[in-house]
Design a protein around this ligand. Structure first.
Ligand code: SAM
Length: 198
């Protein structure tokens, strides 16, 4: 484990994990849109507990196997549907209200760097998950954008989230402002609860 460098301002991935842990309760439904090596899937599965469920998507067989292995090693595989399909197909696979979802954009570490998330499918998945998301539900994106194609995806994603109606969604960005070389950052979207005017 890396030593803690700060007390109040966590690094990017711990910050994303903290948001997800606060948004989820035992019994909830969660989505890992980019399973990869299964680190986020495991966190979600541990958080939703025996009564909850996680849907984890990836397009690469290597990622599906790695995620299944990690879940089995921790005894929580039964809480997760590991789905070998693009996250843009989310509505074909998930029909339940969802409390939280996570994306780690970019490529699978130590694998084919040509297989990366893409703006069009990322935004299609966001729209699909949005339809399933409960009021106060949370979508967390860890945006890796240093690779080829990363800036294009980041730019399209930023345009998309900045165009969303602030009356229905709060969009927050958490980034290390004084670190060089395109460090990853977090975009988080909370679905606002509509209150009826009486
Ligand atoms: C940065 S990695 C994810 C890391 C992962 N969260 C972890 O904990 O190890 C990005 C993953 O997105 C996957 N991916 C790319 N396009 C996708 C798509 N359309 N749907 C689902 N996964 C996709 C890649 O195969 C890769 O495994």
């Amino acid at each position: 484990m890396r030593p803690a460098l700060t007390r109040h301002l966590p690094e990017i991935v711990p910050f994303a994990h903290g948001l997800l842990q606060r948004a989820l309760q035992p019994g909830d439904i969660a989505i890992d849109a980019t399973a990869g090596n299964g680190h986020d899937t495991l966190l979600l599965a541990q958080r939703v507990g025996d009564g909850g469920h996680v849907y984890a998507f990836d397009v690469q067989e290597q990622a599906i196997s790695a995620t299944r292995e990690r879940l089995e090693a921790h005894g929580v595989a039964y809480r997760v549907s590991v789905i070998h399909a693009g996250h843009e197909t989310v509505q074909q696979h998930v029909q339940q209200p969802v409390q939280a979802a996570v994306f780690n954009l970019g490529y699978l570490p130590r694998s084919d760097k040509q297989v990366t998330t893409q703006a069009d499918s990322t935004i299609a998945a966001l729209e699909g998950i949005w339809q399933l998301l409960q009021p106060h539900g949370l979508i967390v994106l860890v945006v890796y954008h240093g690779h080829a194609g990363g800036k294009q995806e980041r730019s399209a994603l930023e345009d998309y989230v900045c165009s969303l109606d602030p009356a229905t969604v709060r969009v927050v960005r958490y980034a290390l402002a004084n670190v060089p070389n395109d460090p990853p950052y977090v975009l988080a979207l909370e679905k606002l609860k509509q209150v009826s005017a009486c």
